[in-house]
Ligand binder design. Structure first.
Ligand code: CAA
Length: 260
């Protein structure tokens, strides 16, 4: 998993894959190479038991400054439609079943903000700036920005940001519920990796189910969501990991989850 043009990939601790977007010359703008490399990496990581959680980050200056405007600028409607631009990349990220944490420093704009929102949660540095400035280019968000931002921050702030193209700083993003925590810039990766290591130490089966359940909250009514939660909660008792987790609590020791 090391040979990429646009990504730097490391395994900083057991079960944790750290992926850095790496197009510094374009502030990590999402071009088709980057999106296809990221999609391919996630496809592989999804089937690799050694990977429990992914941390996705950019540089200090930019998580990603959007979709690559230079790559898109000359495309026709017919080409965008035939290529089904962004659909495959978005699908591969959305369907990744393991947790992905976005560690955002600097600009997360347009497709960059959308990519961060497709992750399971966002940890931001104090320098992070979020925005959907597509309207400045005469277009609209195309990887879910109008839908996800509205669900995260509500209609008033989403309309404000999308129609005026104003950016939100990290403090406002935390207040609005877009990011889970804000940390000093020099603690961003450390904090995200600590969160990832914590997740990687849990039962991988319980992690998958918990992620699935929180996602279901966006797609179902409360009654259906709670019923699903109850069933999956019951079903977790079929796994050895539940016996191990509860036995470890009773015996006052650390659980040793096997993912069975
Ligand atoms: N696409 C392609 N190249 C980009 C880019 C993008 N989204 N964002 C920045 N770059 C390039 C710049 O063109 C520049 O390249 P050159 O040195 O070759 O000129 C380089 O990255 C550095 O950028 P700047 O000189 O502009 O850096 P800055 O610090 O002055 O400004 C910025 C930073 C405010 C983020 C500014 O770069 C900017 O406004 N970028 C575009 C943001 C944007 O509009 N994003 C939405 C894209 S459309 C989209 O994402 C659609 C969708 O929903 C799918």
């Amino acid at each position: 998993m090391t040979d990429f043009q646009t990504l730097l990939v490391e395994t900083p601790s057991d079960g944790v894959l750290l992926v850095r977007l790496n197009r510094p010359e374009a502030l990590n703008a999402l071009n088709s190479t980057l999106l296809s490399e990221l999609g391919g990496l996630l496809d592989k990581a999804g089937g690799d038991d050694a990977v429990r959680v992914v941390v996705l980050t950019g540089s200090e200056k930019a998580f990603a400054a959007g979709a690559d405007i230079k790559e898109m600028s000359d495309k026709s409607y017919a080409q965008m439609m035939k290529l089904d631009f962004f659909t495959d990349a978005a699908r591969r990220i959305e369907q990744f079943r393991k947790p992905i944490i976005a560690a955002v420093s600097g600009y997360a704009l347009g497709g960059g903000c959308e990519l961060a929102m497709m992750c399971d949660f966002i940890i931001a540095s104090e320098t992070a700036r979020f925005g959907q400035p597509e309207i400045n280019l005469g277009v609209a968000p195309g990887i879910g920005g109008t839908q996800r931002l509205t669900r995260f921050v509500g209609k008033a702030k989403a309309m404000d940001m999308i129609l005026t193209a104003r950016m939100m700083d990290a403090a406002e993003a935390e207040r609005a519920g877009l990011v889970s925590r804000v940390v000093p810039a020099d603690k961003l990766i450390e904090t995200a990796l600590e969160a990832a290591a914590k997740i990687a130490g849990h039962s991988p089966l319980a992690v998958l189910m918990n992620k699935e359940l929180v996602e279901a909250a966006y797609e179902t009514t409360l009654t259906t969501g709670v019923a699903l939660e109850r069933r999956l909660f019951h079903s977790l008792f079929a796994f050895e990991d539940q016996k191990e987790g509860m036995a470890a609590f009773v015996e006052k020791r650390k659980p040793d989850f096997k993912g069975r």
